[in-house]
Ligand binder design. Sequence first.
Ligand SMILES: Cc1cc2nc3c(=O)[nH]c(=O)nc-3n(C[C@H](O)[C@H](O)[C@H](O)COP(=O)(O)OP(=O)(O)OC[C@H]3O[C@@H](n4cnc5c(N)ncnc54)[C@H](O)[C@@H]3O)c2cc1C
Length: 289
Amino acid sequence: MIPPAFEYLRPNTIPQAIAFLLQYGDDAKILSGGQSLIPMMKFRLARPSHLIDINRISGLDYIKEEGGYLKIGGLTREAELEHSALVREKYPILFDTTHVIADPQIRNMATLAGNLAHGDPANDHPATMMALGAEIVATGPQGERVIHVDNFFVTLFTTDLQHGEIVTEIRIPTPPPKSGGAYLKLERKVGDFATAAVAAQVTVDGQGVCQKAGIALTNVGATPIKVVKAEEFLRGKKLDEANIAQAAQLASEAAQPSSDLRGPEEYKRGLVKELTKRALVRAFERAGK
Ligand SMILES: Cc1cc2nc3c(=O)[nH]c(=O)nc-3n(C[C@H](O)[C@H](O)[C@H](O)COP(=O)(O)OP(=O)(O)OC[C@H]3O[C@@H](n4cnc5c(N)ncnc54)[C@H](O)[C@@H]3O)c2cc1C
């Protein structure tokens, strides 16, 4: 399939990219990994007049801990996250997530920033970012704006990003000691989008009592869903079988799945319940129960 014609622009700096976005208006789009945008253009689901390729902008490709955050640059690829020792050791939920996205060829190109900016509820990173309480740094004509992930996803394929803004960094608060997380996804075959998936991140005290929980769901609604009721339920409670089962029940009630080729609504609710249970158990183990 051949995409419709477009003008190709290749800025070398962020201000140049922002200027192009403002100059060419709503019909201009940022191109990063191209792994969502180009397929959509080929299917004629997107017809941008101008593509602004940000891949030549330097200084946006990094993974580092700084100032109480894990900071990930706007051009950091999935493959870099997947192979980062820091991510594997200290942010296993992020490793779980990146590792189940598409296939290695796609992960070599696709970026975390693009995964979030695309606003697709089937994408895997949004739920993980919600479980981790991440912040998204958007750079635009007025400078930097920090958007908490809870306010980022507005509806299907729509985020809080304003025209002229580029995601330049994602910040994940460094979890305190005795924290752990896990991302569990059921897919029809390797490389597929999730039938449903669950991200869970917990912090416990020395007695195994939950101090903080982050739980969010993939592909069971128009946006990723943060399961606030389950998070609040777990706070101050032991992560035992009964409490985990109750949190899983709350997660399945929060899901808003629709029946489609990946399965009927009831099946997806049951799946969310089971995946939440398993993700919490694994997160608790990783927290060092
Ligand atoms: C076969 C296939 C299977 C896939 N499977 C999965 C999967 O299982 N799970 C999953 O999560 N994803 C999956 N993906 C999607 C893939 O991870 C995408 O690459 C990702 O969602 C978008 O990242 P990108 O860097 O490629 O963005 P692009 O495709 O370049 O851009 C996507 C959108 O985000 C905007 N954008 C990109 N970067 C920025 C930025 N820095 N600032 C502002 N706006 C920006 C673009 O303008 C565009 O609207 C799959 C893709 C394919 C082709």
